[in-house]
Ligand binder design. Structure first.
Ligand SMILES: [Cu+2]
Length: 162
């Protein structure tokens, strides 16, 4: 475990926070976990991720924990009667075989409740994602104003993108 974390830390250091980073557990790939900067003493912080299932069975993201907040929930944003609202996904997020669930595109987010500190751009914080079948994986969220340079519709603001 220690060696794994060291390897992760090394790859993070080499890649730099602005580049896309990813994690893997079993057939599940966790692509570029990121979170938005928050104002001081914000009640919540939001996080986004892309989950890809390279396996043959549907899996499900069932839980997220992180020392950054008192607890974390998975929410879907929706508009009801003209009012923007959000609802916790109590059943988690299903990822079908071969599918990618892009939180941003699907109006999903991780809601970190009562963050322990203000999130500032370029910082990182750890979190654990728990999948029903693949098990749990430690990831790092990067704090940034925009999603990964890899997002196809969002190249304009990233001079460093290859
Ligand atoms: Cu929310």
């Amino acid at each position: 475990m220690t060696r794994l974390l060291a390897a992760l830390a090394m790859s993070m250091a080499l890649s730099g926070v602005a580049l896309a980073h990813q994690f893997k557990v079993g057939p599940i790939e966790v692509g570029h976990p990121w979170s938005r900067p928050t104002p001081p003493s914000a009640p919540v912080a939001s996080g986004y991720v892309k989950l890809t299932n390279g396996g043959a069975e549907t899996d499900r993201l069932v839980e997220i924990t992180s020392p950054i907040g008192k607890r974390a929930e998975i929410h879907r944003s929706l508009v009801q009667d003209g009012v923007a609202t959000m609802r916790p996904l109590t059943e988690g997020v299903a990822i079908e075989p071969g599918a990618t669930v892009d939180f941003e595109a699907e109006r999903l987010h991780v809601m970190f409740i009562e963050p322990t500190r203000q999130l500032k751009e370029d910082e990182k914080f750890p979190a654990t994602l728990v999948f029903e079948k693949a098990g749990s994986v430690e990831v790092e969220f990067v704090v940034q104003r925009r999603p990964a340079p890899a997002a196809p519709e969002d190249h304009s603001g990233h001079g460093a993108a290859p």
